[in-house]
Ligand binder design. Structure first.
Ligand code: ADP
Ligand code: ASP
Ligand code: MG
Length: 405
């Protein structure tokens, strides 16, 4: 008997009708003799709605209470889906992350899964029940509710699939697979039948929200067969897989972008040993993650130091820089939260020169100014003004021949 973990995202459970349709889909698979664990997200818009409520009360809400609040979104869906299954005579039982139990660390709002106790789930599956689990949440050693960061239901699903040694983990969403870029930005994007874990990891970490990065990490580490499919239509979706020698190796497999970044610069910093740490240590001390970093040396023995952070951390990072500016003997702090990062990703890049220059030429031909650049073995990222996002993505998509045939 095969064991499947199916995850249904926000849009897929966005209304009572959708929840009923999901229940039918699950029942059909169960009737074929499969064991099913269904992981659910909050109904679409709910996590944002709850976040909005919290911010009306506290501009920077208490993280522990935020987790208590946000976990309710998934709890609503799990019970409704379980009811919908009962209604069509499919035995089912729903559990919160804490009930399962999904043990995490105590990093509220971005907790990591440590261990899953699958005894309860297995017992239910053996009794022929569908087990519905609230995604995105867990519990720490002290019994506090935790959440796994935005998009975290993907990770719940993959982690459960790993713990249960499931045959496959299906991520059902509102697109029918992983595309060469977000099809909402480039309608000519092409669906990929397969993508390597390595490339998917880069795409996810560079902003493609179709899968949470930790879900991809988990799947790669624990060898979970992972597939992204549409919950609305039939199809094979996209398989995330290990690199196979016969796999057709495109130069570039995809374009990712991230609208959530902001850029901060401190200019005229005396060019002395220890300057970078003096700037970045206070930022790290406040738990702010830094992404790209650039330091330029000027003729007058000063440097300009630029880095990017998540837009949520922008105001806090700006304040820290303003506070240390005069102590450092620096000139001024300039900031910009209207930038985006666009990245091209592909394992084929390893063996080919000239990809970066092609990318820069394409952007230049469109009159797009590049503000920052960063490269690694299988990706090149640039920071540009946010108004150029669509133009840049489409131009690159075309230049690297990613369009549908
Ligand atoms: P869910 O609520 O089901 O988790 P998400 O909104 O988190 O759905 O993820 C699906 C969305 O990811 C799609 O609607 C699409 O706009 C976006 N997306 C971004 N990059 C890609 C990509 N490369 N391929 C497919 N979808 C992508
Ligand atoms: N509901 C959470 C979010 O919107 C988790 C998820 O859907 O994966 O980010
Ligand atoms: Mg998601």
């Amino acid at each position: 008997m095969a064991v499947f973990v199916y995850k249904f995202g926000g849009t897929s459970v966005g209304s009572v009708e959708r929840i009923k349709a999901v229940a039918e889909k699950i029942k059909k698979s169960r009737d074929q003799g499969n064991h099913i664990v269904a992981v659910v997200s909050a109904m679409s818009g709910e996590t944002n709605r709850l976040t909005g409520l919290a911010k009306e009360i506290q501009s920077s809400p208490n993280n522990r209470e935020m987790d208590v609040l946000l976990s309710t979104g998934e709890q609503v869906t799990m019970s409704l889906l379980s009811m919908a299954l009962h209604e069509i005579n499919c035995p089912a039982c729903s559990y919160t992350g804490g009930q399962v139990k999904i043990l995490t660390d105590s990093m509220h709002t971005k907790a990591r899964i440590r261990e899953i106790d699958d005894v309860k789930v297995k017992k239910d599956l053996d009794k022929g029940r569908v087990v519905v689990v609230a995604g995105f949440q867990g519990i720490d050693e002290e019994g506090n509710i935790t959440t796994l960061g935005r998009g975290g239901s993907d990770t719940t699903a993959v982690a459960l699939a790993a713990a249960l040694k499931a045959d496959e983990c299906h991520i059902y969403t509102d697109v029918d697979g992983v595309y060469t870029t977000d099809p909402r930005v480039e309608p000519k994007a092409r669906k990929l039948d397969k993508i390597t874990f390595e490339e998917m990891l880069e795409m996810a970490s560079l902003g493609s929200k179709v899968l949470q990065i930790r879900a991809v990490e988990f799947a790669g580490k624990y060898n979970v067969a992972l597939r992204v499919l549409s919950s609305f239509e039939e199809g094979e979706g996209t398989l995330i897989t290990y690199e196979e020698s016969e796999m057709e190796r495109a130069l570039i497999s995809g374009i990712a972008f991230n609208r959530d970044e902001a850029k901060l610069t401190i200019t005229g910093v005396p060019d002395l040993p220890g300057v970078a740490s003096k700037i970045l240590c206070p930022v790290a001390d406040k738990n702010i993650e830094v992404d790209m970093i650039i330091q330029n040396i000027a003729d007058d023995a000063t440097t300009d130091f630029t880095f990017t952070v998540h837009r949520n951390d922008y105001e806090r990072a700006k304040k820290i820089l303003e506070d240390i500016c005069s102590d450092l003997g620096a000139k001024e702090v300039t900031t910009d939260d209207t930038i985006v990062k666009i990245s091209i990703v592909g394992v084929g890049m390893r063996s080919h020169a000239g990809i970066a220059s092609t990318m820069f030429k394409v952007l230049a031909d469109e009159g797009i100014n590049i503000r920052m650049i960063s490269t690694s073995e299988i990706k090149i990222s640039v920071v540009v003004d946010e108004k150029y996002l669509e133009l840049a993505v489409r131009a690159l998509h075309k230049a690297f021949e990613l369009e549908q045939e």
